[in-house]
Design a protein around this ligand. Sequence first.
Ligand SMILES: [Zn+2]
Ligand SMILES: [Zn+2]
Length: 97
Amino acid sequence: MPWYRHPDGAVVHLNLGRRGNRNAPVPCEAVRAEGDRCAWVSGYQCDWKLGGGKTCDRWLCNGHALEVGPDKHLCPEHQVAYRQWQAARVVGQKATS
Ligand SMILES: [Zn+2]
Ligand SMILES: [Zn+2]
C-alpha cells in the first residue's frame, strides 16, 4: 500500500485496491527545506531538459510543481535554474539591442 505525507506532516496510507495500488501515484520526490522527501501525492513530472533527449522526470506534487507552460512543470531545483536562465536571457536581449 503506498503511503504519502500530507504537507501538514500527517502520513496517509491509500488503499486503492489491487489494480489501483499498482498504478498508484509516485510520492513527490521534491526535497523539502528540512532535507527529506516531500512524499505527498504527485501528479506532475519535471519537464526540464537534461540533454540527450532526457528530461528530469522528478515526480512532483501540486505544491512543488511550477507550471511554466502548457503541460510543462518544473521541480524546485529546476525552478531555480529556470529563473537563472530567464535572467540570463533578459541580459542577453539587452546586450544585443
Ligand atoms: Zn511535494
Ligand atoms: Zn527537475
